[in-house]
Design a protein around this ligand. Sequence first.
Ligand SMILES: NC(=O)c1ccc[n+]([C@@H]2O[C@H](COP(=O)([O-])OP(=O)(O)OC[C@H]3O[C@@H](n4cnc5c(N)ncnc54)[C@H](OP(=O)(O)O)[C@@H]3O)[C@@H](O)[C@H]2O)c1
Length: 307
Amino acid sequence: MASRQRLERTKILVTGPTSQVALPVTLGLAASNDVWGIARFSDAAARERLEVAGVTCVTTDLATSDFADLPDDFDYVLNFAVAKGSDDDWDHDLSANGESVGLLLAHCRAATAFLHCSSTAVYQHQGPDHELRETDPLGDNHRVMFPTYSLAKIAAEVVARTAAREHEVPTTIARLNVPYGDNGGWPSWHLLFMQSGHPIPVHPERPNRFNPIHEDDILASIPALLAAASVPATIVNWGGEPSSIEDWCEILGELTGLEPRFEETSNTIGAVTVDRTRLLDLAPKPTVPLRDGLRRLIAARHPDLAR
Ligand SMILES: NC(=O)c1ccc[n+]([C@@H]2O[C@H](COP(=O)([O-])OP(=O)(O)OC[C@H]3O[C@@H](n4cnc5c(N)ncnc54)[C@H](OP(=O)(O)O)[C@@H]3O)[C@@H](O)[C@H]2O)c1
């Protein structure tokens, strides 16, 4: 059963269920659905957590699989897996991130809806004051940190758009901004910088504004994003209230007593902040206040640092 608020007793396939973003989503959905997960499962502890929660884990390499050994009767597919190009291997990353979407969508063409998790890394950087709309120019804003990421995510969107039309599978492409929570995220890295006394790199065009969204709010928006799926694909930004690296590091400082230090450099990702009009039309408004989410993150991941 599915509604805009809740998924129950449905059969769901999650790719990349061990990831920072998808692990809490997969565990949350497994409480009331038949959830399957595919990855290479290089993180054995995460696989065990999933299996204990009842998730059926099937070892699959997205760069090479044709998915023939998977069932094809999923109600929903959540595509969270990503190869981030740490080896600067473009061929691999276009296969793992792009080709896989077309093959998976074709394999699961009986699905009621397909949610493709994209990223606001697909936008052309436009500075801190422009809230990027879904129709704004695309670009390569993550190149300095992950060389293949932005372009592979754009390629994956195009494959998802094409396959959705070809197989008539209602699809949502949701461009996620800065996910964070008990399972980590960018603020968690910033906290490690603060703990070790290293300056946090920030782009000189300040403030370095983004739209952090807590993992609880990500999970809560999944039914609505699936309900919004369409042919041609629905494309929507996915983020919370605007905040900046400077702001959330300040809050982390207040919650831990650590002092954030910033170092301006253009050799880092600049502000990527999004317009949320379409999101708030389609999905519930995020509810976790940033300070509460960060407090919980510290308690879960760095309890020794909590004040
Ligand atoms: N984290 C962020 O700040 C952020 C921001 C915006 C959007 N997103 C999007 O959110 C989604 C999850 O990102 P994340 O950062 O949480 O990911 P992550 O922690 O880096 O995890 C990547 C996941 O993909 C799987 N994977 C990678 N290569 C694979 C392959 N060849 N075959 C099968 N599985 C593979 C990994 O498992 P194995 O390695 O074990 O295979 C893992 O489950 C992605 O779509 C990403 O673009 C993330």
